[in-house]
Design a protein around this ligand. Sequence first.
Ligand code: GLU
Length: 280
Amino acid sequence: MTYTTRFAPSPTGLLHLGHAYSALVAAGRAEARDGSFLLRIEDIDTARCKPEFEAAILADLSWLGISWQEPVLRQSDRRPAYDAALDRLAEMGLCYPCRCSRSDIRAALSAPQEGVAGPDGPVYPGTCRGRPMSEATPRDAIRLDMGRALDLLNGVPGFEETGPGLAGHHQPARAEMILGIGDIVLARRDIGTSYHVAVVVDDAAQGITEVVRGQDLISATPIHRVLQALLGLPEPAYHHHRLIRDEAGRRLAKRDDARAIRHYRDSGLSPDQVRALVGL
Ligand code: GLU
């Protein structure tokens, strides 16, 4: 199987040094393996994504000397595929509509012993679990009944981690990682789908054999493995790379314009100097 990886930015701001590192690592791994490097624009959140940021992403990657295999996949074109995945999970009896607002969830979690934080925020207390899908309205989010899903899968599927420090080890997704995640949202009420569903559907559609992304996303990987196993999708390997941090040790964020690739470019640095800034 040809090694295939991808860089999957969301066009909600300018790319910063952390993105440069991620894209360079992924493109470098593809090149070293004579494989393919693909680009995916993760623009499901139409209210936050802007065409000018997408144009800036393509321009900044090209300036860095990165090239990708066409076509570029845009998640905003892929809604039917995400809906099909959601329908399949619903047919398996694993989904329920949820009408809880953020404040309902906060209130339910104020009880002692509850309120564990997962990768998507506070773990949902299960208030709407068991509501039938026939009651779903456009004002509902759709959640995965994680307990049922794990029963069906006989536990939590593992994943192969090829990232730093874990090279070559099959890294089982620990059960507590999933229990601390709870009933994740599969379809947000505002956008009708979610990051988790879109990512697993597209990684499969693009034939991704290794997902290269930052260690900040490692807690999402067990969720992605659960969805892949439920949907019968192939299992890629995962390479979670180190994060680029600022002087205070904080992970860079999109609003951190001082570390935008564009900023370095405009101030006269060469692509090689930007590579050097991220230790490449
Ligand atoms: N779109 C995500 C981001 O910009 C990356 C998702 C992924 O690589 O799985 O952080």
